[in-house]
Design a protein around this ligand. Structure first.
Ligand SMILES: *[C@@H]1O[C@H](CO)[C@@H](O)[C@H](O)[C@H]1NC(C)=O
Length: 489
């Protein structure tokens, strides 16, 4: 009898546990994300300066799929209260948005502050807090002031100091209310702005050189901001600082290609994460060795990878309170030499492709691979000593429409894998913001690819927002704090 009772208890708690596995832990933060250039509009409003995306879209419109711009975008510069209402209605606890550097410092430098820009973000931050939504602020999400690009942009290491000065203005003005800060969003992608004259802003063709120079400036800038906050603000403001890094799962085509995928991780993620999140610090050794060797073979006297001094290595190491993770999709990896001479692709020596059986999205690079999310979370936890991970982006693109069944499936399946990583594998995930709150300007794809859970009508000057099915499901998830039973098999 006793034995049976014990068994019964075990069975019932076992059943409950299986369902608890699809519930969010206490304290886990849920919300949605956007970025300044993609939503704000107001490109020349009230003293804002020109940034590199204004320049690209105005001067080289042919680089954008539909020749569109972010001049108006979602008009969140005027309609930010609408966005706050959407978040409130969803039950979002956090909103991740970015600050437009040129709106605050029109010429990039801190000698000239645009008060209208400060006022705009004060209004947004205060409205969020009044509605019980905590702001998470990205300091840099790709919209570099043009004046700083005129000085060479990210390959110029003086930008590490200018970025620190810009961040100080933000901490001074907003740090009393903003407690979660992200220094950079996806340097892996914006370093690509220095690898091709057909790519992202500033669209400059210096592959294998400008991108590595960018990585050094970004790492030093990140560390400058982190240390400056510790020295000047942390004691009083008590905020947390992290960096948001994009990564992809790489599944070896066969076990023979395990190393090819490991290399891929180190060249894509490790180049930024290894210096910050490992005890050893510095660039991953495989990156240093391969870029040095290729540089030599290509006839360069000096390696194309600008080295970090041992002082810089120590200065950068450990400069984080959390790991911001953007995750969308996976690739299959194998050995192979691709990319021009020189290029980071060639240095990496890994070819990636996608399984044609994986469901597609509207984006050429994004297929639906939920199980890869759990694997990538585990890879990061293992490689970097299980840091607190904040999933700052995850989402799905389509061509529009309110009945976005595929997006609903994407969110629920990916969240289930994340919850397995948390409850079964012990990965320390602390929050999740869906990309994106509203349809917006998707960089070189313009408005052709939609990532929003709210639809925005870009033909209507008042830019009305309408919930898609996915907004309704996220609302349910944010309010019940679990994956609804109908999505569990
Ligand atoms: C949405 O689309 C799915 C399949 O694409 C369909 O089964 C469902 O009935 C649609 N729902 C609405 C409200 O139209």
């Amino acid at each position: 009898m006793k034995f049976q009772t014990v068994c019964f208890i075990l069975v019932t708690t076992g059943f409950a546990a299986a369902h608890d596995n699809f519930a969010f832990p206490d304290g886990f933060l849920l919300g949605a994300a956007t970025a300044s250039y993609q939503i704000e509009g107001g490109w020349d409003a009230d003293g804002k300066g020109v940034n590199i995306w204004d320049t690209l879209t105005h001067e080289r419109p042919f680089l954008v799929a539909d020749r569109s711009t972010g001049d108006v975008a979602d008009d969140s510069y005027n309609l930010y209260m609408e966005d706050v209402k959407l978040l409130k209605n969803m039950g979002a606890q956090v909103y991740r948005f970015s600050i437009s550097w040129a709106r605050i410092l029109p010429e990039g430098h801190d000698n000239k502050i645009n008060q209208a820009g400060i006022d705009y973000y004060n209004k947004l931050i205060n409205a969020l807090l009044e509605n019980g939504i905590e702001p998470i602020v990205s300091i840099y999400h790709w919209d570099l002031p043009q004046k700083l690009q005129d000085l060479g942009g990210w390959p110029n290491r003086e930008l590490a100091i200018y970025t620190e000065n810009y961040a100080r203005v933000l901490f001074k003005n907003f740090g009393d209310r903003v407690k979660l800060w992200i220094t950079f969003n996806e340097p892996l992608i914006f370093m690509g702005g220095y690898t091709s004259d057909k790519g992202m802003a500033p669209s400059i063709n210096t592959p294998g050189i400008g991108d590595y120079l960018t990585s050094r400036t970004v790492l030093i800038a990140h560390a400058n901001i982190y240390h400056m906050y510790e020295r000047e603000f942390k004691q009083q403001q008590k905020g947390k600082i992290g960096i948001t890094l994009l990564s992809f799962w790489c599944e070896p085509l066969t076990p023979d290609y395990t190393e090819a995928c490991e290399r891929y991780q180190q060249f894509q993620l490790g180049i930024y994460a290894h210096p910050i999140f490992t005890e050893q610090g510095d660039y991953p050794s495989v990156v240093i060795e391969r870029v040095d060797a290729n540089s030599k073979a290509e006839g360069f006297t000096t390696s194309r990878l600008p080295k970090l001094t041992s002082e810089e290595v120590n200065y950068i190491k450990g400069t984080y309170d959390f790991f911001g993770m953007n995750f969308y999709t996976a690739y299959v990896g194998l050995n192979g030499v691709v990319g021009g001479i020189p290029s980071r692709e060639r240095d990496m020596g890994t070819i990636v492709l996608q399984d044609p059986n994986w469901p597609v999205s509207a984006s050429s690079w994004l297929r639906v691979v939920p199980w890869a999310f759990r694997k990538q979370l585990n890879w990061i936890a293992k490689e970097y000593g299980n840091p607190p991970i904040f999933v700052t982006e995850n989402g799905f693109s389509d061509y529009g429409g309110l009945n976005d069944t595929n997006r609903v499936l994407y969110y629920t399946e990916y969240m289930k894998e994340m919850l397995k990583a948390i409850h079964i594998d012990g990965v320390n995930v602390v929050g999740y913001t869906a990309w994106s709150l509203i349809d917006n300007f998707e960089w070189l794809q313009g408005y052709t690819e939609k990532f929003g859970v709210y639809e925005v009508n870009f033909n209507d000057p008042s830019r009305p927002r309408t919930p898609k099915e996915s907004a309704k499901v996220l609302t349910e998830i944010f309010n019940t704090r679990k994956i609804p039973d109908r999505f569990l098999d």
